[in-house]
Design a protein around this ligand. Structure first.
Ligand code: GBH
Length: 459
């Protein structure tokens, strides 16, 4: 593995950051008037998460954020992507704001700014107020309107200090994992309503952009998608068709309406049984309201082949995923294919051309089975190699013309990895879940030297 001294040069002003999300790190779930979210309900339902883990305490970041920001400052990052818990701001998702909830993020943002760290706030990283799920959640058209009201309340308080606003995190994962497969909160297994879940999230994004613009926020505005190239397993045309189905299902059904103002022609077939009447006049122009940046989360590509149609979630999907031959995997079992990151970024450029705003890599990282040595130190060479190779892949895409402005490593701290609980660790900093003690891993030092090197050459 190459050391940071041989690292490719990123342009002056490139943003170096780390990312987290509220329910994964905060804990303090009943404090200062926070209401329950779908993740409280889901994680407290027996059998839903690994070992029954919940976010009740998580990293206790709600109380330990000063220490966390000290560690972040030590890393030298110039931005921090965190998320705001909607049920702290509005315990039932509607109505008057809870001042104590807003005050937490007010303190957090000021503490970041005092350290020269730009706040990058995500408004929705999956913790929907449970009261809104009780009304039907994202299947319902009033949820996007509640989301816009919540956004306006946050913008009113933080609009003068947040540098980057991310409306939604990964709407496809919410649709697929939360409402179709049922492996994430709210744990529903819908069929024909899956498309409504996708559409209403996208509409919520558009209305939130309008609310942020109306509030005259000083920061830039974007949305975050989990994107992945889909590769056919062979040259067989049927495998190419299969790859197209998954590409439409997970990527283009989200990126096309956001950037082109229309759904792909194939969306109704892929979201079989979709009730397209949920798309009302004007929705697509709201959804495609111009944004300032496009957030991309990348973990791994997918390889698929044609398969006999199986009634699965959204409909009869004629594909199955297969393994990448000869490729290492992370502790999640996800294949490590950095070239696909370059392909993804240059592919976005090709498909969307001048409709594509500048890109931020809002998440990229890996889980490994970290074992601390006798000195308590985690020597996570595998994570360093993953990050090294993926940053080089981003650089290669930039050399080929992709307009990437920054990179946020997932994740700053080990945290509650959703259905996988605390077993899977993505952090640059280790968390001991008995003592909640934080210990930087070798990857923390590595990332610090990458950032320091970039700072030494620019601006
Ligand atoms: C992100 O989601 C989330 O934003 C974040 O909260 C989370 O902690 C983090 O990633 C790590 O999981 O079919 O085996 O190839 C990532 C969504 C969905 C991306 C599954 C990778 C590959 C599964 N992921 N996907 S596989």
């Amino acid at each position: 593995m190459t050391g940071p001294d041989q690292f490719p040069q990123f342009p002056p002003g490139f943003v170096w950051g780390v990312a987290t999300a509220s329910y994964q790190i905060e804990g303090a779930v009943t404090e200062d008037g926070r209401g329950p979210s779908v993740w409280d309900t889901f994680s407290h339902t027996p059998g839903r998460t690994h070992d029954g883990d919940t976010g009740d305490v998580a990293d206790d970041h709600y109380h330990r954020y000063p220490e966390d920001l000290d560690l972040m400052a030590g890393l030298g990052v110039n931005a921090y992507r965190f998320s705001i818990a909607w049920p702290r701001i509005q315990p039932t998702g509607e109505g008057p704001v809870n001042p104590a909830g807003l005050a937490f993020y007010d303190r957090l943002v000021d503490a970041m700014l005092a350290k020269g760290i730009t706040p990058a706030a995500t408004l929705y990283h999956w913790d929907l107020p449970q009261a809104l799920e009780d009304k039907g959640g994202w299947t319902q058209r009033d949820i996007p309107h509640y989301f816009a009201e919540y956004t306006a309340a946050v913008a009113d308080k933080l609009g003068d200090r947040v540098g980057l606003w991310c409306t939604l995190n990964e709407p496809f994962i919410v649709t697929a994992f939360g409402y179709v497969l049922g492996v994430h909160a709210p744990g529903r297994q819908l069929f024909t309503d899956a498309f409504a879940v996708a559409h209403h999230q996208l509409l919520g994004h558009g209305l939130a952009v309008e609310a942020l613009r109306a509030a005259n926020v000083t920061g830039t505005i974007g949305v975050v998608n989990a994107l992945a190239p889909v590769h056919p397993d062979s040259d067989d045309p049927a495998d190419h068709v299969a790859a197209g189905i998954l590409d439409t299902l997970m990527n283009r059904t989200y990126t096309d309406p956001l950037l082109l103002g229309r759904y792909p022609e194939e969306t109704p077939a892929v979201y079989a049984g979709a009730d397209l009447s949920v798309v009302k006049d004007g929705d697509l122009s709201t959804i495609s309201t111009p944004i300032d940046f496009f957030g991309v989360n990348f973990y791994n590509p997918h390889r698929v082949r044609a398969a006999a149609p199986e009634q699965f979630g959204t409909g009869p999907l004629n594909f199955e995923t297969v393994e990448y031959p000869g490729v290492p995997t992370t502790a999640m079992g996800w294949p490590v294919v950095p070239e696909a990151f370059t392909e993804l970024l240059t592919g976005l450029h090709e498909r969307y051309g001048e409709k594509l705003p500048p890109i931020y890599i809002t998440e990229n990282g890996a889980a490994y089975d970290d074992e601390p040595g006798p000195d308590g130190r985690v020597r996570d060479d595998d994570r360093i190699a993953y990050l090294d190779r993926h940053l080089r892949a981003v650089h290669a895409a930039m050399a080929a013309g992709a307009d990437v402005r920054g990179y946020f490593c997932w994740s700053f701290l080990d945290n509650f990895e959703w259905a996988e609980g605390y077993q899977k660790r993505f952090g640059l900093v280790r968390v001991d879940y008995e003592t909640l003690e934080r210990t930087p891993k070798a990857s923390y030092d590595w990332y610090r030297s990458v950032i320091a090197l970039a700072a030494a050459v620019g601006p």
